[in-house]
Design a protein around this ligand. Sequence first.
Ligand SMILES: Nc1ncnc2c1ncn2[C@@H]1O[C@H](COP(=O)(O)OP(=O)(O)OP(=O)(O)O)[C@@H](O)[C@H]1O
Ligand SMILES: [Mg+2]
Length: 487
Amino acid sequence: MNDRPASGPGARHLSAVPDPVAVPERAAGALPRPAFEIAAGHAFAGPALDLGALMWEGRCLPDAQVLLPLSSLTRHGLVAGATGTGRTRTLQLLAEQLSAQGVPVLLTDVRGDLSGIAEPGEAGTGVTGRATEVGQRWTGAGRPTAFYGLGADGAGVPVRATVTGLGPLLLARLLGLDAVGEETLARVFRYADAEGLELVGLDDLRAVLTDTGTVGGPGGPGGVPSGAAGAVLRAVSAFEAREAAGALFGAPACAPADFLRLTADGQGLVSVLEPGSARDHPPLWTAFLMWLLAGLYEALPVVGDVGRPRLVLLVDEAEPLFSGASPAFLEAVTRTVRLIRSKGVGIFFVTRAPQDVPADVLGQLGNRVQHALRAFSAEDREALRATVRDFPESAYDLGELLTGLGTGEAVVTVCGEHGAPTPPAAVRLRAPGSRMGPLDPAALRAHAERSAPAPARPRGGGAGNGNGTRAGITRSLFGTATTGHRN
Ligand SMILES: Nc1ncnc2c1ncn2[C@@H]1O[C@H](COP(=O)(O)OP(=O)(O)OP(=O)(O)O)[C@@H](O)[C@H]1O
Ligand SMILES: [Mg+2]
């Protein structure tokens, strides 16, 4: 699938330094000058992902390959574009090449249309025609894949969290609490900590809240006023009425190390995480995502700048992470994204437009794959202008280019090997080698069975955490409802 090293078109024609003298004559002669300069800015000597072929003046130039260096992946990234423009396939392309190059991937699959990554894709005009155009030697290949699901209703290993493990900030978001509610929960958690109480499910939380006269009593544990505790209790009941919450809380059935696995022959495992019953409840899904991220952060040692990431997290449909979040939650997300880099973890978000991502987070996303944008409404046009402003200077008319891109085409700028952004490049992206779309349910079950981490960890909810290291897992990043934090 990855056919670039040494003999690939990228290695054949382009040097890591944009130095025309160093570029073989054939490519230098074949490419128009501006295209040559853009292509040279996207050619890297070290290990890299092959994104596709450069496009210039409506033509696809297979001699000019656009690469994304592995060393840049911890600078994080954004894949944006209007619906149907190819964003999910771009994630699939990144995931399968990372896996082939020995980097484990955690892939969130909100719509269930990424499970096909486990099986070879089928040759067809959409794939082989594209491959010929972009200079890709396409072969159908599935990747080693493990499946995880939130709660117990999916095919994958159920991912669960304890109330204690989630921490007050994530739980407040889950329960839809306001700032007062967040503070109430923070106090309750401090009280439970001081008393050495492990809160597994929501019943445990309810018990602490109603304990020793909290509700209706003069003070209650941790100094929580009864009115405030009552409001949280009502939110807990409303949440339980809405959600299959019982299935989601319990002893975790997986640990961060499960997502870092390699196969015996050194391929990175692709862990596909499906939202299960949380599909229709974005706050639940996003709270769990951030819990996972915080868990990874906690579990991994600092590695600093690495030549290749230890794990890349690809988050499809990431808008709910940011929309309607409290300032404290957003601050925690921002902090997590900033700090997790030092642990060798890269994150790519998929959204409709860059403006869906808060500026503080966006500023940390060094790699951009911008698919087509629409310019139908005044709002669209403003978003387009803002997107163009955010790109480095370009030889293209970016406004025109971005509205005219076809499916599976994008404008790419990446964080170059020395940290500077590369010149924007219009790219016709390669076709994924794995199947585009979902596996059928029987195949999914079979893959899920085969791929479960062994030995299987406890799957049931109920009493007992059974894993002491999970208790404080979100403490450093999401542990308080205020701005206090360790880092
Ligand atoms: N790189 C690619 N190679 C081959 N086909 C592609 C590629 N990108 C997109 N396509 C085609 O376009 C279709 C839509 O792509 P995709 O599902 O990735 O879009 P999306 O932006 O994620 O859309 P949605 O808004 O529905 O999530 C794919 O099913 C596939 O047929
Ligand atoms: Mg999609």
